[in-house]
Design a protein around this ligand. Structure first.
Ligand code: ZN
Ligand code: ZN
Length: 390
């Protein structure tokens, strides 16, 4: 499936004498570029890692589509810091002299895996470049969503250029989260090394769904920038086979909206069930999650992203994204976002809303927040839950 566009953009690095297709540098130059940054120095890496070990909630996927592996790293930081450290040291084996040749021993069988830093650096560099290129248009789109018109945007750009530029920068990649990206994406790299067929299937069958609508349908328009979306069974595979989670179980919502893409292949040892009412889902949480993380237990949940409204605290309508799935407006798979639930409980009335609610304690994107969802709308936000414990 060679597109004409690929030949048009073929470039040559004279320094390294190699051809490359994307970004402003060849892969080796991209690696050199990243290595030279202050945020990639051993001291800076160790400092960020220390912060994440003491406060796992600060882990931040930033502008990258890596919510699945980021959720897995968050759980590892909370429940199994020894293995988290092994993953960190293997991820930066090429960068931190003290960890040279360090590999990652996965939980179930297989040889230890060496993580190639150049592979991560290349994606990070491309992600940085793309975020910078896209930020101005993204900011405008966001402002328009909030009711700004062209005149107001133009006016603000002219009258408050410095503030406006600060807003644009918020949409750039935040290099403070370099370690966060590398460790989470490094886990994706390990996945590729030990389960090539699964990894390839994930790219061609699922990440394709997120390919750039302006470009040829090509998963690489998504994955080469550091993104890597995961379907439920593949995240369960990472949790169980790679990270050693026990009693891994998938509870899936029965019924619409239907998944528009094939499910990933089942995983030996991972059990499954379905739910179609809030009561049944609550039963699953009671049985499999109980008192939660105090017992090393976890619940990773694929939700529609519009559930994540930390400042609102009350969700009183059905998921707009969930409703769009499978409709004319959006005939591809709607973006599903992996988050961690640290709590799930019925709470009755909430504030001025007299309906019954479920209180969710959600972690995602470096934030813990509580949200009360009107019970009748809860299932419109939730697709699958992966339970287990470390
Ligand atoms: Zn080069
Ligand atoms: Zn309500």
């Amino acid at each position: 499936m060679r597109g004409r566009a690929e030949r048009v953009y073929m470039m040559f690095c004279h320094r390294h004498r190699l051809q490359y297709r994307f970004g402003s540098r060849c892969p080796k130059c991209a690696e050199d570029q990243i290595r030279a940054q202050q945020y990639a120095a051993s001291g800076a890496l160790n400092q960020r890692w220390g912060t994440l070990c003491s406060q796992p909630a600060l882990l931040n996927q930033d502008q990258f589509g890596i919510c699945g592996t980021t959720s897995a790293v968050y759980l590892l930081l909370r429940h199994d810091q020894n293995r988290a450290r092994e993953l960190y040291e293997a991820t930066f084996a090429d960068l931190i002299p003290a960890h040279r040749n360090r590999t990652f021993q996965i939980a179930l069988g297989h040889q230890p895996v060496a993580i190639n830093f150049r592979n991560l650096a290349r994606r990070y560099q491309l992600g940085l470049e793309r975020a910078i290129a896209k930020a101005p248009a993204e900011l405008e789109a966001e402002l328009k969503k909030r009711g700004w018109d062209d005149a107001k945007i133009r006016d603000t750009k002219q009258k408050k250029p410095i503030e406006y530029q600060e807003w644009v920068k918020l949409l750039h990649v935040n290099t403070e989260c370099f370690v966060d990206f590398c460790v989470a994406r490094g886990l994706g790299y390990v996945f590729k090394q030990i389960a090539k067929a699964r990894y390839d299937g994930e790219k061609t069958e699922f990440n394709l769904e997120f390919s750039d609508p302006q470009a040829l349908r090509d998963y690489r328009t998504f994955t080469r920038y550091g993104n890597f979306a995961l379907r439920t069974y593949n995240l369960a595979f990472i949790l169980q086979d790679i990270l050693g989670a026990k009693d891994v179980h998938i509870a899936s919502k029965d019924g619409p909206p239907p998944a528009a893409v094939p499910l990933a292949p089942p995983v030996a040892g991972v059990t499954s069930s379905t739910f179609s009412t809030v009561k049944q889902l609550e039963g699953e949480f009671t049985r499999r999650f109980g008192m939660g993380h105090a017992a090393g237990k976890f619940a990773v949940v694929s939700v529609f992203g519009d559930l994540c409204q930390p400042r609102v605290g009350h969700v009183s309508r059905a998921s707009p994204a969930g409703a769009e799935q499978g409709t004319k407006q959006r005939n591809q798979m709607t973006y599903n976002h992996w988050v961690v639930f640290n709590g799930f409980s019925s709470v009755g009335a909430a504030g001025i809303c007299r309906k019954n609610h479920v209180n969710l304690k959600v972690w995602t994107w470096k934030t813990n927040f509580d949200v009360n969802v009107c019970e009748e709308h809860l299932l419109s936000y939730i697709q699958d839950v992966i339970f287990g414990h470390f």
